[in-house]
Design a protein around this ligand. Structure first.
Ligand SMILES: [Zn+2]
Length: 263
């Protein structure tokens, strides 16, 4: 088992609210990974990224990025679509300088359209992007937590099986919300993991959630057991793949540390 445990964004207990200080704090906590959160905007340039990359290497912390939420690769508005593509390409370039091998995205919205039409649109728009960059960064496509957003487990699997520059991001909190509390037992977690058995590496998001009618409302601490991540820890103990777990709970590094103890 090669499992790296990290958090989204900067640790709450970081001395200063910036990435380099966050990296030092992660080392102190004996955690391994940060998913840099560009969810509102990409707030660093290549020079800064180069500097962060050096510090991350020095402290043995690996990095990935989460792209802005406004990206919508299913938009029929050409200016929104072009802006989404340009943002994603910029994020991939920054990630490459950072030494971050995945940029996570929420691919887009259904906007009342037929899911198979939206699938084709997203597949094509992702292909336009992946055909046009040469570095090793992968686009991580995340499973959805809302009915209006593209990204069921089946859709994510199909996308990633057909384009090797894409990789699945399994967000268990999202899946739990989307299925209106579907992850009740260890077997439920196993069923999800089994669907991704073809992939040699797994990128996982972890947070408990509140939800209503198949839509996520809020992230909550792991102690709320919605879903119960002890089951996931038990299953991953025996998994031989390379796995990265990103804790996105409101308690970030504290919950990540607890999860580590369960492994
Ligand atoms: Zn996300």
């Amino acid at each position: 088992m090669t499992i790296r445990i990290g958090i989204a964004d900067i640790p709450l207990s970081s001395k200063n609210n910036n990435i380099t200080s966050g990296i030092e704090r992660m080392k102190e906590l004996d955690l391994n990974h940060i998913e840099i959160s560009f969810v509102k905007k990409i707030y660093i340039n290549k020079t800064k990224a180069e500097n962060i990359s050096q510090i991350a290497k020095k402290f043995g912390i690996t990095l990935t990025c989460h792209a802005p939420y406004y990206i919508d690769l299913a938009s029929e508005d050409t200016s929104i679509l072009e802006n989404s593509k340009n943002t994603l390409i910029l994020n991939i370039e920054i990630a490459n300088v950072l030494g971050a091998n995945i940029v996570v995205i929420h691919p887009g919205l259904y906007s009342e359209r037929n899911p198979s039409d939206v699938y084709r649109l997203i597949e094509k728009n992702l292909r336009d992007i992946t055909d046009n960059y040469a570095n090793d960064v992968k686009i991580g496509v995340e499973t959805t937590g809302r009915q209006k957003s593209f990204g069921t487990v089946d859709e994510i699997l199909k996308l990633c099986q057909n384009n090797e520059k894409l990789c699945p991001v399994i967000d268990f909190g999202h899946i739990h919300a989307f299925t209106d509390g579907g992850l009740k037992t260890k077997e439920d977690f196993k069923n999800v993991l089994d669907q991704f058995s073809k992939f040699k590496t797994l990128h996982i998001h972890m947070s408990c959630v509140t939800y209503t009618e198949g839509n996520e409302k809020q992230h909550t601490p792991i102690a709320s057991k919605e879903p119960n991540f002890k089951y996931l820890a038990e299953l991953l103990k025996n998994d031989t793949r390379e796995i990265i777990i990103i804790c996105e709970s409101p308690n970030r590094e504290y919950d990540a540390t607890d999860f580590k103890k369960w492994l």
